[in-house]
Write a protein of this length. Structure first.
Length: 270
């Protein structure tokens, strides 16, 4: 297996009880010539990211890498100071932490959009993104595209993001089932991504983080190959060692075909 990994933790949220540990890994899969996924495990910030790039001539790798780097840098710049200049206005309905995530992702979108228009070989590049940021006793989760976040809690796996994709919208409207979506000919078409427009809408929500919960952030290279019930079995079996668990998730995707790059980040609430 050709993979890279980051092993994190523990991260202690200052002033709160929440403590998390994390691990992540990525793999090229069985059918792609290069890996366009990127991810980040930033325990010093309580920040965890997965991005799935798209575009020819390795432009997808550039887009996903820029998304991770830009979001990391903005979260780091706004971690301790209220005086940092923000590139977008804050949404008063959201907490400061949620605003940091949403604004950081919109900034990443702008960086990728401008780069794609400045360099001809990067034209049309884009990326999905999912990110989780420790917020008090909970996690703020934000996403754009069809990469996903799940939470494994008390033996059950639940998806907490909705795919921004053609088939995701068909499922949401009741026109097809989840099972039909897995084999739909247009299942790879995303309806929202970073870099395709000058601005982007970011879906964001706060999620209760109870001790023992495990959050899974992943690209569709994992979920397209491994059904949710199998994901749950692997996480349940390997939950004591997140690094081993990430490896087994990637192995399962490759065993089932490995049609795409595969990336997974696990965050466990201690």
């Amino acid at each position: 297996m050709t993979s890279t990994a980051q092993h994190g933790g523990p991260f202690y949220n200052r002033g709160h009880f929440l403590k998390v540990i994390a691990s992540g890994g990525t793999d090229i899969g069985k059918r792609r010539g290069h890996n366009e996924d990127s991810f980040g495990v930033f325990d010093d910030l309580g920040l965890y990211i997965v991005a799935d790039g798209m575009g020819g001539h390795a432009a997808g790798e550039v887009a996903s890498g820029a998304a991770v780097e830009t979001l990391h840098d903005f979260i780091a710049a706004t971690a301790g100071s209220e005086d940092t200049t923000w590139p977008y206005e804050r949404d008063e309905k959201l907490s400061r932490t949620a605003n940091r995530l949403a604004v950081g992702i919109r900034l990443a979108n702008k960086v990728i959009f401008e780069k794609s228009h400045a360099e001809q070989e990067k034209s049309g590049m884009g990326t999905t993104i999912v990110a989780a940021l420790v917020d008090g006793d909970d996690l703020q989760v934000a996403h754009v595209g069809d990469s996903r976040v799940y939470v494994f809690s008390q033996g059950a796996l639940k998806r907490i993001t909705a795919d921004h994709s053609y088939v995701g919208e068909l499922v949401a409207s009741g026109q097809i089932t989840e099972e039909q979506a897995r084999s739909h000919p247009f299942r790879n078409i995303v309806t929202r991504a970073l870099g395709t427009k000058l601005d982007v809408k970011v879906d964001i929500g706060r999620h209760r983080a109870a001790p023992g919960d495990i959050f899974l952030l992943c690209s569709d290279g994992l979920t397209g190959m491994v059904r949710d019930d199998e994901l749950a079995k692997i996480i349940n079996r390997e939950s004591d060692n997140l690094t081993t668990c990430v490896s087994h998730l990637i192995e399962a995707a490759n065993k089932n075909g490995g049609d795409d790059n595969i990336t997974a980040v696990l965050v466990r609430v201690v």
